[in-house]
Design a protein around this ligand. Sequence first.
Ligand SMILES: [Zn+2]
Length: 264
Amino acid sequence: MGEIDKSLFLRYVFRDMGGFVARNVGNVRQVLSELALDMLDFTFPRTCVVCGDLLIRQEFDVCYSCYFELPFSVYGLSKDNPICRGLAGRVPLEMGYFLLDYRRNSGVSRMMKAIKYEGAETLAVRLGKEMGERIIHDRGDPNFSHFAVIPMHPSKLRKRGYNQALRLAEGIKEMLIGELIPDLFLQPNKSITQTKKNRAERLIASESKYLINPKYLGFNFNHLCLIDDVMTTGSTIESCLKSCLQLDDIGIDRVSVMTAACVL
Ligand SMILES: [Zn+2]
């Protein structure tokens, strides 16, 4: 091969290689990102929060086999469900919905523990999305006007770094219409003395362990949905909702409750 032939040959080779890379840039990127994910899984193995087995790349937080064994609620949006029954006569509810049956020492209790104490924030967001998806599939969007969450005590929040109810709400909010107000309810700070509290705060202090954030006094909420991780006796939810339902300074037309799990 002469000098001219060789340079022509190399030029064709590089042109073809360039064309191949340009045509397959998406595939090359995908292969590289999959390799990076494999390396990441190898270096920092991810495990199922329920059974502890290693997760495959397509699984997140819970492995497929544990996920399909989860006791999903059979109540859907039926009015005759444990949340509505549990709060009957205590708080007037428009709707009560929960995703999973909660039992002690079960896969669900391990998931809730991971969400609450072990930093499984993404699992909370995923469960929230699942709740929203199932509600839309069951009956369509309930058109909440606002979402609120059970507040976490500031010292716990500092320690854990996040409020699991808020992460759930963020997932729900991705699927359902409504404005998320993370700071509607507050846990009373013991350092606030009685004299420093405003009228609304004094009014509810004796009735509830929660306070309405004063910046929302005067607001009207058409349909408020309160979100928490687990409902046991319902006393936390009742206390929180009563803090606003008993106030004249805030308007709430309808109230609903959604939790990731409910003790049956
Ligand atoms: Zn598992």
